[in-house]
Ligand binder design. Structure first.
Ligand code: AMP
Length: 141
């Protein structure tokens, strides 16, 4: 299988699909997961085309994880989370559904159960409110 630039994240990067963007720099882009496993569930992607761990170049992977690390404390503070789950899926058998490499940043609270992966669509008002919280925390950081 080779990279298919009709995947949803490529479309988001090209501005062909809307998203709740929280962060962007020259190499990476971050936005809320449309089917959040928890409030503030954020996806971090490189702007470079790669499917997953098997074809991404090391420099791109490092740049992307740097953005994950930069956003992690911001998202934890913005969402008042007790912790964060960082997830990254490779190939369908492992649960990957979008074939543009990405990291999930999922806020966790001690008493709140994790929702299923790629389960129910998030409510758009809640997604918008959560993206605003993260953007405000980023501006204040
Ligand atoms: P994975 O299964 O690791 O490939 O994760 C793909 C993630 O993308 C899932 O958690 C989906 O909920 C999420 N997703 C799919 N379509 C969109 C979209 N248009 N905007 C934001 N997130 C999306």
């Amino acid at each position: 299988m080779t990279y298919d630039d009709s995947n949803v994240f490529a479309k988001i990067l090209r501005g062909e699909l809307p998203c709740h963007k929280v962060y962007e720099d020259d190499e990476t882009f971050a936005f809320l997961d449309i089917m959040p496993r928890a409030d503030g569930h954020t996806l971090v992607i490189p702007k470079t085309s790669a499917m997953n761990i098997f074809d991404v170049d090391t420099e791109t992977l490092c740049t992307t994880i740097k953005t994950v690390q930069r956003l992690a404390p911001v998202i934890r503070n913005a969402m008042k989370a007790d912790g964060l789950l960082i997830q990254q899926f490779n190939e369908e058998a492992a649960g990957q559904t979008v074939f543009h490499v990405h990291f999930h940043i999922i806020p966790r609270w001690a008493e709140v159960a994790l929702k299923p992966h790629a389960g129910d669509m998030g409510d758009s008002e809640t997604l918008a409110a959560n993206s605003e919280k993260i953007i405000a925390a980023l501006e204040a950081a």
